[in-house]
Design a protein around this ligand. Structure first.
Ligand SMILES: O=P(O)(O)OC[C@H]1O[C@](O)(CO)[C@@H](O)[C@@H]1O
Length: 270
């Protein structure tokens, strides 16, 4: 089953989207969401296309989301860069430790942007962003984002745009620390790679038919996100730019040379 999409306007989005996406005239689209199916509600897949920086922001974990009365899921997310203009960057974690008071002051005067660790990025760069990591996606990138199905973003700084900030809530959950280098990597141009192994979901990049071992990681329903080439789920073609629900990995057929991401939730206790 191919998931329905929602196009989301964003002040940092683009007037023109890369194929196969199209932007309605006069709208600045920043995100394409694939509506989570009712029988796999834990994960949300988005494409993100930027022309300006996103807010400097942070997300809560499961316990913090629940304590705030915002649902049972926090928001851990990960990004695979699929296109990047020269000089495009992602800001993740801080260069040096920062306490809550200094973080608040830096958010208020905007200097927080310069305290983040900014990474030059290219297609194939992959980042896992645990809840509590202060981050900002930069201008001129295209990203596939796989995240817990939660829409809780606490904005700490928004470059003066007239959107709501969430300083108290954000600083309460933000870690004033560096991003763990083990949580980022450049994935190979060819071949398969296990990208995320919990705690909330598993994510694999696959080329061609599933390699041995992948079936052990994705035992139940999964989301299929083709990046290039011919992929089908239960006999129905799924194109790059689409996302489909598969009942099981055996239903996914991948033609030689095709590349795709597959994602499945980690059930608690699994
Ligand atoms: O508040 P902003 O700047 O629009 O950013 C929100 C977006 O940022 C992300 O958390 C990515 O960092 C998206 O999942 C989310 O939709």
């Amino acid at each position: 089953m191919t998931l329905p999409t929602i196009t989301v306007e964003k002040p940092w989005g683009r007037d023109l989207l890369p194929a196969p996406f199209t932007s309605p005239a006069g709208q600045r689209i920043g995100e394409i969401w694939f509506q989570p199916p009712s029988d796999l509600p834990e994960l949300l897949v988005k494409y993100i296309f930027t022309s300006e920086k996103l807010s400097v922001q942070v997300h809560p974990d499961d316990d913090q989301a629940e304590a705030a009365g915002l649902g049972r899921q926090g928001k851990e997310e990960c990004w695979l860069v699929i296109d990047a203009q020269p000089g495009a960057q992602l800001g993740v974690g801080f260069d040096a430790p920062l306490d809550a008071e200094a973080m608040r002051a830096a958010a208020l005067d905007g200097s927080i942007e310069h305290l983040l660790t900014w990474h030059d990025v290219a297609p194939g760069d992959f980042f896992y962003i645990p809840a509590g990591t202060v981050h900002a996606i930069g201008a001129g990138v295209g990203i596939v984002e796989i995240q817990q199905n939660s829409d809780i973003t606490y904005r700490l700084f928004d470059y003066g745009r007239p959107r709501e900030l969430h300083l108290d809530a954000g600083i309460a959950v933000a870690h004033g620390t560096r991003h763990d280098p083990a949580l980022r990597r450049r994935v190979p141009r060819n071949g398969s790679a296990a990208l995320v192994d919990g705690p909330h979901f598993r994510l694999d990049l696959m080329e061609g038919q599933p390699a041995a071992g992948i079936a052990d990681r994705h035992k139940g329903k999964l989301l299929v996100i083709p990046l290039a080439g011919m992929v089908s789920v239960a006999g129905a073609s799924v194109q790059p730019g689409q996302c489909a629900l598969a009942q099981r990995l055996e239903d996914v057929d991948v033609r030689e040379g095709a590349r795709l991401l597959i994602a499945s939730p980690v059930q608690s206790g699994a």
